[in-house]
Design a protein around this ligand. Sequence first.
Ligand code: PGA
Length: 214
Amino acid sequence: MKKLFIIANWKSNKTTVEAREWLESITTSNKEIIICPPFTLLSTVNELITRLQLPIKVGAQDISPFDSGAYTGEVNARQIKEFADYVIIGHSERRQNFQEEDSILEQKIAMAIKYQITPLFCVQGQATFIPKGVDIIAYEPVLAIGTGNADTPKNADTVAKAIKEKNSISFVLYGGSVTADNIKSFTEMPNVDGVLVGAASLDSQEFIKIINNA
Ligand code: PGA
């Protein structure tokens, strides 16, 4: 059976109390489950995962393009490494709202790799530039994010296949309006190796259904 990644992207949501409630109600599974909380919750989420002995990994949602130094407000890869094994880079919300371009994204990937954090690199289509060193891609068409209009599993599979062939990438995930109802239609596609889930990951019960239905 292929390895499946099920990733929760909490975006800018949840307080410490809410994160604790979510984690205390989650059950275990044999899939690679990764939670990407906001920076403020990285420490709490780590503590809870250890205390509750959950087989869940942690990812950050962003990373500084710079190493340690005089970069006010930035959280760098060396600091993130204390809390996370993965980091999301190149999400369309960062590209759109924070003008993150290919050159900055390349720097972020380089920082993640320097500190041995696995990048989860988001692309919006087949034509999106993929920096060197990336091995896990999340294909997330912009019109499918947060809209309830997921891509078709067939198209997601076609794009995933093309990305793998063109870039020698090991894993391609799909993201954009994934729910407990449609997850299976994506994960049963031969070239789709998991999902990146936004809104539907915020409710722990819905997320458990997503894990079980994958
Ligand atoms: P969505 O978000 O599941 O809410 O569409 C996915 C994402 O942005 O990663």
